[in-house]
Ligand binder design. Structure first.
Ligand SMILES: [Mn+2]
Length: 350
């Protein structure tokens, strides 16, 4: 017999139950994990719009740094930012979407902890410890926005935005989460149910080409400078099965780039057929810490072999997902480069 000390992180309430709690609230605060991504912002805006349409006084709180490209999803709707400010007054209900982990709620966590009795959660991650009484945790969903749909349907929310086009609609917010969390429908989680929902959202008016451009094609020219330096540093391993790239503080200053300009650089070698793993080691500023970014490709055949970079990052006390992970290394770039190359070669030899 096994004894569990913590309740499993799983669904405890129906979509109807969550909808009832939202409907009976007169004020609602909606938030998500720090440094909100497309799914977090999409989930927040979809729920915020649905609640506002019901006449509920609703505040949406973005916590921590915010990628300006995601600003398009706000479409002029009012949002609040923490920690620049903090919620004032009281709310009947607090909804936390796309996370159930206190560790991801650094800024608003202390405020939320004092109000767990009036919190609800909607999430699609496997682990969490916030323990709200009423929550939906659907790990079969590719995005939190997908897990949110039954709640919005139970609220009778209208997904399209008649007269104003797609911008600012619930459909656009839901689509943004679905698209970004599946790598624009490429990852294994993008199953038939994802495409069925995407189809419903396109029929509600989502302009996916415009959305792709606004969300994904927004880099500053500095990214090209960093990419050039990274490609110039590329070292091939294991007969072309892996690549290690480095970016030194000098590379950052010569290209006038910053950490925000790095997005996607680690993926560049992935277009090469033989590549299975890509690593980018970067040192934004002088110091003893090297940031490690790791990517791997899914297997060629179902059930086939691939490198689990979450496990690889674990060697350096980091983590993430099987195909995308990261870690921090204390030491020089040369030491980091040697250690990462060795770990990759070991992983490929398994
Ligand atoms: Mn998500």
């Amino acid at each position: 017999m096994s004894v569990t000390t913590a309740a499993a992180y799983a669904t405890t309430a129906s979509a109807q139950r969550l909808a009832e709690r939202i409907r009976s609230a007169t004020s609602l605060l909606v938030t998500s994990h720090d440094k909100p991504d497309g799914d977090a912002v999409g989930s927040m805006m979809a729920l915020t719009r649905a609640a506002r349409a019901l006449g509920i006084r609703t505040e949406a709180w973005l916590a921590g740094s915010f990628d300006p490209a995601l600003g398009t999803l706000l479409a002029g709707d009012t949002v609040c930012r923490a920690p620049e400010s903090m919620p004032q007054g009281e709310f009947d209900l607090v909804a936390v979407v796309d996370t159930g982990s206190w560790s991801q709620l650094e800024h608003l966590g202390p405020w939320i902890r004092g109000r767990v009795d009036r919190c609800i959660g909607v999430d699609h991650h496997r682990s969490g410890d916030t323990g709200f009484t009423d929550r939906i945790v659907d790990t079969t969903c590719a995005s939190c926005t997908q897990a949110l749909v039954p709640v919005l349907d139970a609220l009778g929310a209208r997904f399209d935005a008649p007269g104003t086009g797609c911008a600012g609609s619930i459909a656009e917010a839901l689509f943004a989460g679905l698209a970004t969390d599946t790598g624009w429908f490429r990852f294994s989680g993008a199953d038939a149910s994802v495409f069925a929902l995407a189809s419903r959202l396109l029929r509600a008016g989502v302009e996916k080409d415009r959305l792709y451009r606004q969300l994904e094609e927004t880099a500053r020219p500095q990214r090209m400078g960093l990419l050039a330096h990274a490609l110039g540093s590329m070292r091939w391993l294991a007969g072309g099965r892996a690549a290690v790239m480095t970016l030194s503080p000098e590379d950052f200053s010569r290209s006038s780039g910053s950490a925000e300009d790095l997005a996607g650089v680690v993926n560049a070698p992935m277009s090469v057929g033989s590549i299975e793993v890509s690593a980018l080691l970067s040192q934004n500023e002088p110091g003893p810490v090297v940031k490690i970014s790791l990517r791997s490709k899914p297997p060629m055949v179902r059930g086939g072999a691939f490198v689990d970079v979450n496990r690889l990052a674990g060697v350096f006390n980091g983590g993430g997902h099987v195909h995308a992970a990261g870690a921090k290394f204390r030491g020089t770039m040369a030491q980091a480069s040697e250690a990462v190359a060795e770990a990759i070669e070991r992983a490929l030899a398994r």
